[in-house]
Ligand binder design. Sequence first.
Ligand SMILES: *Cc1c(COP(=O)(O)O)cnc(C)c1O
Length: 525
Amino acid sequence: MSGMNKQGRPTSIAGASSVAHETFTGNRALHLEEALLFELDNPGACGVDLDEPAPFTARLGNFERQGRIGLPSVSEPEIVRHYVRLSAKNYSIDAGLYPLGSCTMKHNPRLNEKMARLPGIGDLHPLQPVKTVQGALELMDTLAHWLKELTGMPGVALSPKAGAHGELCGMMAIRAALIARGEDEARSRVLVPESAHGTNPATAALLGYKVDAIPATKEGRVDLEAFKAKLGSDVAAIMLTNPNTCGLFERDIIDIADAVHEAGAYFYCDGANFNAIVGRVRPGDLGVDAMHINLHKTFSTPHGGGGPGAGPVVFSQALAPFAPRPYVVHGPDGFRLVETAEDAKADGTTPFGRMTAFHGQMGMFVRALAYMMSHGSDGLRQVAEDAVLNANYVLASLKDDLSAPFEGPCMHEALFDDHFLKGTGVETLDFAKAMIDEGYHPMTMYFPLVVHGALLIEPTETESKQAVDLFIATLKDLARAAKSNDKERFTGAPYLSPRRRLDETAAARSPVLRWVPPAPKQAAE
Ligand SMILES: *Cc1c(COP(=O)(O)O)cnc(C)c1O
């Protein structure tokens, strides 16, 4: 063993086998094992120093708590270390390349964060009197303006809190429009391509629609003839992603939109991949009636851990009047929110209802607008161009080592299948786990469903050429290893992470959500 890694840096790790022993502490170098906070409980320890309460007479009688409250006692340094260690276990876009396809894990500019924390923005409250939040409402109105401008659509709802929530919002507006036309009962089917993200059929099904799958062509796009054959007077809408989840532009999109409208149905576009075309294509020009925009994908707001997000929905002229309350209007008295049905009536709209208690996620609005303004129109166009360039660089560099199911260039993400692993005994999952040993978060696996053992890579525009080159070289090395019978490197991977393979199915089906204190030790007789 040479003591040099493939990047030419000295290393003492000669291979997985030399570090296989268990350490006394369970720690692996500076990756520290972390107990649950409840296990750290150190009765009597406290992070604050409070005065003893003045003598008082208890009036609760026998209702007074006798035992401990059940919260862990820890000192300030213990609590700080606990959360710092946990945070260091989190892989994030700030730690390294995050190639998840369809998710658009791009850098979150720090300028956005600075703007979101400005006094007067960071400490706003949704119940403040309207005259004290004129600037915030103007900011929402400006964001709404640019979302409409960039998509070529006349209406927008800012309140939905994620892409999936936006889909629900868009489909509810479609249902409201059908109710207004007296056609809601008659139109019970929603067409969804096979390659769609799971949230599309889930949304349609949640609203009680029958989901009808449209097959894909060998090229990975919607089969236009099969699609037209499925249209009919019982179809409410099509839900189509463009560019689609194979990373391909649906070239027939205008024909699809025309056919949908001719059949009296609406065109919902899943706009999760808008980052590939922002500044270059306006979905409104393609005939889209409603589309959500994931601000955390296209406009660089943090994805969060399921925390507050924003998935605004843009609407065509036909659907705009049904967009949910509240929305911002600008009148002679300044900005205000149209909150109630009566308010909306006076404004000439017929919202289907509301999606959220308040107006949506202000912090995300500020970040997205900061991103738009700091990029400008030329910068936003370059975002799309560079995202597509980086993905094509990955596709072209890897298509002979991995296997690409579709001919030709891609949009913002490169799709591979598991053909290259045939006969190696290595599967997509093993390949992804071996990437973890190399210090990479795996790409999206087994999605979209239209190709076998899919590996979907979205490098995004914020990765440098050096970073993408090292990623490509790593995948080439892994592909070579898989093909040269180095099966163990994959089927046992990850070798170097604090935990190896977990039973993910059991974790999802029967999660342990409650900590139970260990039984007290019996005192010796
Ligand atoms: C991310 C994504 C969604 C869902 O968006 P969330 O913001 O995660 O709810 C829907 N469709 C596609 C194609 C996506 O990539």
